[in-house]
Design a protein around this ligand. Sequence first.
Ligand code: MN
Length: 203
Amino acid sequence: MSTFELPKLPYEYDALEPFIDKMTMEIHHSKHHNAYVTNLNNAIADKPEFTGKSIEVIMAEISKHPAAVRNNGGGHYNHSLFWTIMKKGGGGVPTGVLADEINASFGSFEEFKKLFATSGATRFGSGWAWLSVSGGKLVVSSTPNQDNPLMDVAEVKGTPILGLDVWEHAYYLKYQNKRPDYIENWWNLVNWDEVTRRFAEVR
Ligand code: MN
């Protein structure tokens, strides 16, 4: 039976200040993400069909699994990615092959940012905005709840290389109802080296 673990954050809880506050990060990681991991492990306990399966493989066949695995497995995968694509002193613009591909796919980095931010801002209720590689191409999409583009049920499928959590728990303490302000500030945290690394891995 595979048992999943809460990954350590690659930085301190206060590292993303002032854009994401320490208390939000602490609750988000140690309570929310931790609960997804615990509930995922409970949902797959004593079920041999999950033995040895990676979270990515479980995502790809999610239509076969119960809602608890979809919600908590998605929550675990999504947050594990989210922590890595942010860093203190992030932001700026992507370079190299990723920059070229963004320009080719969306016209410019500014156009990409607009599309991605709108995708997150207009997601009704809770969900995520994504930049994914799909059939060698970059695509922007959003998903409800803890779904993601790896899932066989996703409207737009692909391998995510950048994701933005737009659940209220990700921003409400600091931004209240102003989700677009959270998104605008979040660009200052994006770890483009990590996004580029993920892009190179899957393209
Ligand atoms: Mn979250």
